[in-house]
Design a protein around this ligand. Sequence first.
Ligand SMILES: [Zn+2]
Length: 266
Amino acid sequence: MGSVILCRVFGIPIRAHFTLFLVLPLFAMRMSQSMGIPWIGGLACAIGLFASVALHELGHAWVSIRRGYGVRDIILTPIGGVALLKQSPRKADDEFWIAVAGPLVSATLAALLGLGGMTVMGWIGWRSGELACLILGAVNLSLFLFNLLPCFPMDGGRVYRAWMMKRVGRLEATRSAVRLGRWLSFALGFYGLFYGHFMLILIAIAVYWFAKMELRGVEMEEAPRRPPPWAYWSAGQPPFTQAQPREYTLDDQDVEVSPPPWERRP
Ligand SMILES: [Zn+2]
């Protein structure tokens, strides 16, 4: 919604939210001021930052496609990127590998640009190229570290959920990850408020909101399947007839299927 397609990679549309175009000049100005480089250099760094985010998301998307979950699109916003999967991962291993793929891409880019790129540029003697590699290497290193915070639905939080999923199942694992992520997003928000990092406050709010939405989705998917109410009268006989031949006592408080009222004993 409110986004334009920039390009397609592996057939996945990469979209930019319209707010990204509004903040891009501000990002460019901030970067050129803080590093003492010309405005055009700041713009190149800002574009490099969002290209790094897109590559991080493509890492998630590629593994997601390989594991049989489709990817609808990748959306870039001023506070980060999202790869929207066609369905949420149901297996712990799938969740784990999809989650770590993004940070692995960022770590690889950090090493390639920070070490390889800077060495090559220094060797050529191109000063601006060396600086660009240093900045983008640092950007990718921070993307790698920040995303590994166990703040669900960020990557670290998803790794935590995958680890918990093997122990307590998908629903309880999601609840636990959301609880942990909620505390961390409060901490991030207060840190942002205290040190005047406006972006961090926005990220904390987004993380809190998306975690809540995802928990609601998982709760609906994992809810026990119950026959619809009309099954009682449309079938012409009470349902669960095969599950009935046992005595019910008042202590049977935790049974899932209750006997029909006309069979209930005092
Ligand atoms: Zn990620």
